[in-house]
Design a protein around this ligand. Structure first.
Ligand code: IMP
Length: 184
């Protein structure tokens, strides 16, 4: 069985990929090493910087992932700052910022990086369009899941099963690309 180290401290992300590889010959193993998330404009740069940082201390093939929520009415905020914003103003703060707007479209983006020792990472990108709710709904998932409804659905990510969320989500799509690559 192929071992794949996933550099993350986020148990939600770990559970999502483990659900996806259940039927494959791949075992995803968590490595909570941590890396600095630099302040840049796009997730690709954050992921590539993270890879360089980890490669200095870890000598096996690994994956890491960076994601963000880009809200149109807020000109793409919180975007690359999604983690910081989640732990500061949180969901309530985001809903307050959007109190008086009917423009509720948003985009979730996910960038997975696969890296082998001493080589440049390969990136896999997934996106999911949707809308921001008026109130928080649901108890599943993590992060912004209770306020995000993917296009073509009426439930928030937090009201879906893990499998259902994976089918729609930015990360599910990026993982599909990554797994296609690993199968080859
Ligand atoms: P990071 O990729 O760990 O930096 O995540 C950025 C922020 O976006 C974190 O606060 C997460 O909670 C949030 N986030 C990332 N992916 C998702 C998701 O699938 N659903 C909800 N929130 C997410």
């Amino acid at each position: 069985m192929k071992k794949l180290y996933f550099i993350t401290g986020n148990m939600g992300k770990l559970a999502e990929i483990q659900e996806r590889v259940k039927t494959l010959d791949i075992k995803v193993i968590q490595k909570d090493l941590g890396y600095p998330e630099i302040q840049v404009e796009n997730l690709e740069d954050v992921a590539e910087y993270g890879v360089k940082h980890i490669q200095k201390q870890f000598n096996e093939p690994f994956i890491l992932e960076d994601a963000g929520l880009f809200i149109d009415d807020l000109d793409g905020f919180p975007g690359v700052y999604s983690k910081y914003v989640f732990y500061t103003i949180g969901l309530k703060g985001i809903l307050k910022l959007m109190e008086n707007t009917t423009k509720r479209s948003a985009l979730f983006r996910s960038v997975y990086a696969y890296a082998e020792p001493n080589s440049k990472p390969i990136l896999f990108v997934g996106e999911c369009k949707g809308t921001i709710t008026i109130k928080e709904r649901g108890t599943g998932g993590f992060g912004y899941d209770p306020i995000f409804v993917p296009e073509g659905e009426s439930k928030t990510f937090a009201e879906m099963s893990r499998e259902e969320k994976n089918r729609y989500s930015h990360r599910g799509k990026a993982v599909d690309e990554l797994l296609d690559f690993l199968k080859k």
